[in-house]
Design a binder for this molecule. Sequence first.
Ligand code: ATP
Length: 327
Amino acid sequence: MIHARGLTRRFKVGKGVVDAVRGLDIDVAEGQLVAFLGPNGAGKSTSLRMLTSLLPPTSGTATVAGRDVVSDPAGVRARIGYVGQKSSAGENFRVRDELVTQARCYGLRRAEARRRADEVLALLDLEALATRKPGTLSGGQRRRLDIALGLIHRPGLLFLDEPSTGLDPQSRANIWEHILRLRAEHGTTLFLTTHYLEEADTMAERVVIIDHGRIIADGTAEQLKGELAGDRVTVTVHDEPEAARAAEVAARIAGSDAVTVERRTVRLRVPHAGRTLPEYLRSLDASGVKVATAETARPTLDDVFLALTGRSLRESDESHGTAPHGA
Ligand SMILES: Nc1ncnc2c1ncn2[C@@H]1O[C@H](COP(=O)(O)OP(=O)(O)OP(=O)(O)O)[C@@H](O)[C@H]1O
């Protein structure tokens, strides 16, 4: 469905340049649900805009739904749906009329356009809101309308740029319900960007992580967490000097990594916490360190990002803003 090679986009900013996307190589098979994850300014939207033919690449190639994004942008657009970060619904028409108008833009005859509008209204549970104006809808309802608009021409591939951002947890869950249903019932290929690590982790079958315009990880969430992050072990002791000793012991454990001390708490990363924790506790006992609490945790996608970049995705997100990064 998507085949991109060396896709690159450079922006001129004043006298400088920003390399927003630096050589994107990606293949997405029909029916896949791919979450494109990365901090602010990583290049997610720019990649999406190139793949949807909205932005010409500086170099590289991409075929999307069988059409070339540069030489046949109209062919791409006829075959894909795109739900951007900003709502695409106008304010003047009622919800159903908005959908009918959009269907007419794709060349459907009036009766057919009405039928299709009713289909997507049902698909996104919007029937009860059909005669409302978009301006009166809640955030979650409006996002569902955006998705309905993106699906009006029955695309086999739908791009969603941060579909759940800015919504309350209940509306986020509801949007995901609809996204998963699209895939299960209609086999739609879905490529979406998100900031929410937990969503990517639990909902997507494939997670692609992008940082500074490059893909740095690509696989199932389980694969990435297993290969790149390892389990976390957290031990608290009774005072700070003991914590320092516990950290020394931790550093000597085979396979241990990223040992940190914060007051009375020592954290480390190990390949298999189930095997390592008993060994660590025995070594602490032998060194005369008394343990107050010990916990283990499976890694998160944030741990994967940390292992790859040395930064936390959450912190990067907060600090990165939209400032241009390196040329
Ligand atoms: N039109 C533009 N002109 C100049 N720089 C741009 C333009 N669009 C994007 N950029 C820069 O390109 C980089 C990538 O931006 P992009 O919007 O693709 O990131 P993103 O991962 O989607 O971020 P966010 O999560 O904040 O939406 C950023 O440094 C951004 O400032």
